[in-house]
Ligand binder design. Sequence first.
Ligand SMILES: NC(=O)c1ccc[n+]([C@@H]2O[C@H](COP(=O)([O-])OP(=O)(O)OC[C@H]3O[C@@H](n4cnc5c(N)ncnc54)[C@H](OP(=O)(O)O)[C@@H]3O)[C@@H](O)[C@H]2O)c1
Length: 378
Amino acid sequence: MPFPHVLLSAAVSLDGYLDDTGPERLLLSGPADFDRVDEVRASVDAILVGAGTIRADNPRLLVNSAERRAGRVAAGKPPYPLKVTVSGSGDLDPAAKFWHTGGDKVVYTTEDGARRLKASDLAADVVPLGPELDWRALLTHLHDVRGVRRLMVEGGGTVHTQLLRQGLADELQLVLAPLFVGAPDAPRLFGPGPYQGGRLRLLESRTIGDVVLMRYEPTAPGVGGTASAADRHWLALACELAALCPPSRTAFSVGAVVVAQDGTELARGYSREGGDPLAHAEEAALAKIAPGDPRLAGATVYSSLEPCAQRASRPRPCAQLILDAGVRRVVTAWREPDTFVAGADGSGVLARAGADVVVLPEYAAAAKAPNEHLAERG
Ligand SMILES: NC(=O)c1ccc[n+]([C@@H]2O[C@H](COP(=O)([O-])OP(=O)(O)OC[C@H]3O[C@@H](n4cnc5c(N)ncnc54)[C@H](OP(=O)(O)O)[C@@H]3O)[C@@H](O)[C@H]2O)c1
């Protein structure tokens, strides 16, 4: 199920706090960065904050620039993005500025929260998601029902922490402000608990006045059959690698990446890499990793086309190579068509051996693109 692109946005002090403990909101950014935030808001379909931020800051969450609003309208969008909040309790003040400024509003809540909110006459669409608030259900609803493709999340820490830990954040836009808070009870950006083991990918760093913007991408694969945002990024890379393959009329062009559980890239490869006319992408990537590397057991193989189940050119098909390497999770974009082998079912071979196979069909077009010349064959 496709989700919106989820962009976490926050500013923190040098000691990692989102705010101080005073009654007024602590201004961490400067004017130039607030203008950047305005630009990001203008670029998204929806902005989400937690109920805690509405209670603490009473924010409006508007696109302040008239030119940017006009630009949205010219592009066929409403002047303001949809405003979204989450509340389990339903304890939301109907007089808060959130409800009385900007465009449409929606509250995602629990069944209990919805009962309470019904009585409070909020100027918003109230969507109960069951006894608990499930973030995947929320993102699916935003995508499918509200048409949201880009979601900006502006805090607070409780919300950011959950989206990052659950592998649902595509991007983190973090601004570091040159001041200290030093109050142990002040809210932090990320709470204690488990996070992905390895390093996030730094996409950009930029000085904006006296603050620094850093953009990061989480890298950790999902778990089992559940896809993470990073799974989508790695699969997109595999599809890009497929475009590097020397062309062939007798074999697919495929890209593959092998990624450890902590988000470390172990190897990448593509079909016919290095001038070997028979090389398959997964084979080329796995050949670069020492057999028995302990990271293989928790690794994920990303392949633009599902690993092959039968192969005339070499003794072991890629599904078997993956299993023999000890890998038990595969993410792919495209099930193999009957072009060269009838009824190929690499996913079935993997699944029957206990591997998790995740198919993300939203990348099928990218996976097929370098193979269009083969389409007439099958
Ligand atoms: N510096 C920055 O960039 C920035 C940005 C935003 C906010 N902030 C600061 O962050 C602080 C607020 O952060 P916060 O962590 O307290 O609040 P928050 O993340 O804004 O909101 C937390 C609330 O959202 C609801 N919620 C979140 N996850 C839920 C789930 N899985 N199920 C049900 N409800 C859920 C709950 O509402 P209910 O309690 O109603 O159930 C929860 O109390 C403020 O001090 C604000 O100034 C700073």
